[in-house]
Ligand binder design. Structure first.
Ligand SMILES: [Zn+2]
Ligand SMILES: [Zn+2]
Length: 388
């Protein structure tokens, strides 16, 4: 028996690598160091490496036997533009840049599995290890697809995984149907006629219109969307007037926010209802409204058959019952573009209890190294079961 038989996933090396990535986080499309490390680790294991998809993206391809089925396993590599406030020995050395979503762990778990599979080769078919840049709102998945990801690497299914505090490190949640919401932005600008604050009747007040719009916008979800369909509309920014000119009613007031839904129909409805409300309020006040709705990412909706396959792998990886009633998150993930192109499944892997209440995107969040083994086992089981 060799050391590797006891440690098939090179766990100590992988923990050290995870901490190294944590200390050297990079923002979306800037994952130069990270993608160099990923490419080197794949190449060293004898895996075919393709670079440059979505700028800093990396695809590792492993073909074994003559199996005709191909699957893509995706890990995201980017960090967030925020300061790390923890006292960890491997805390970020890059100012205002931090792995606060655990993508350092995602990268390492997929690497650990890829290297293991390249050694053991107990499957027949093709697996593409997709290391995606820029998941955090910068459009990495879209960029890889635009660079021909699925033409160059055609697959029958795609899988994604995200860490989740609150579940144990040897626990997974795999659920069919909606997992993450669509994540879109909207903006309304009310164009009135600016005037002296003492003589509002001589102008057309965009400020008051904006106030009515803000108080009414929550009726879109409460009164217009089917109460059995989850949806969120939030106003998150407002701009108008000047605190140095408190006797001036401005011409324009601009409001922006986010809209979230789990189905294309509700997503369409939010787009039209927010706009209708803005136009209606503007008309009431005799002014005009300019409206835009920016579709950023669709919802992540797990395909039934692909989910069944992921569930079987999660069972093997954890050796305990898999959580199948985990509630969807109102956050978004651009894995949605992979799931829209091919049958997809996005699973949750426990990160242990939230330490000091730190959740994703918290300045003290840290991926739990204890989860690396479960994650690597999951990817391995999935490949060995899917590509028999
Ligand atoms: Zn995130
Ligand atoms: Zn994330």
């Amino acid at each position: 028996m060799t050391a590797r038989d006891n440690d098939p996933f090179e766990i100590d090396t992988m923990i050290a690598l995870r901490r190294d990535l944590h200390a050297h986080p990079e923002l979306g499309f800037e994952e130069v160091r990270t993608s160099d490390i990923v490419a080197a680790q794949l190449a060293q294991a004898g895996i075919e490496v393709h670079r440059g998809l979505g700028k800093t993206g990396v695809v590792g391809t492993l073909r074994v036997g003559d199996g005709g089925r191909a699957i893509a396993l995706r890990a995201d590599m980017d960090a967030l533009a925020m300061p790390e406030l923890s006292e960890l020995p491997y805390k970020s050395v890059v100012a205002n840049t931090m792995h606060a979503c655990g993508h350092d762990g995602h990268t390492v778990m997929l690497l650990a599995a890829a290297r293991h599979l390249a050694r053991t080769r107990k499957f027949s078919g093709t697996v593409h290890f997709v290391f995606q840049p820029a998941e955090e709102g910068r459009g990495g998945a879209r960029a890889m697809i635009a660079d021909g990801l699925f033409e160059r690497f055609p697959v029958d299914a795609a899988y994604g995984l995200h860490n989740m505090p609150g579940l144990a490190v040897d626990e997974m949640a795999v659920v069919a149907g909606p997992q993450l919401a669509s994540s879109d932005s909207w903006e309304v600008t009310f164009h009135g006629v600016g005037t002296h604050g003492a003589k509002p009747h001589l102008g057309r007040d965009a400020m008051t219109a904006a106030a009515h719009f803000l108080s009414m916008i929550h009726t879109v979800v409460a009164r217009r969307v089917d109460p059995l369909q989850p949806a969120v509309v939030s106003a998150c920014a407002i701009a108008g007037g000047d605190f140095r000119a408190l006797n001036v009613i401005p011409d324009d007031v601009r409001i922006g926010g986010t809209a979230r839904a789990y189905t294309p129909a509700v997503r369409d409805q939010l787009e039209s209802e927010i706009g209708q409300l803005a136009q209606g309020v503007a008309a009431t006040f005799g002014i005009t409204a300019e409206y835009s709705f920016l579709r950023r990412i669709p919802p992540v909706v797990n395909d039934v058959d692909t989910t069944r396959r992921a569930l079987a792998a999660a069972q093997v990886a954890t050796g305990r019952p898999v959580v199948t009633d985990f509630p969807p998150s109102t956050a978004g993930d651009d894995f949605a573009f992979f799931g829209a192109a091919v049958p997809g499944c996005y699973v949750w892997l426990g990160n242990g209890p939230a330490v000091d209440g730190a959740l994703h995107h918290n300045s003290r969040y840290d991926f739990n190294d204890e989860a690396i083994l479960t994650g690597a086992r999951f990817w391995t089981a999935l490949v060995e079961q899917e590509l028999r």
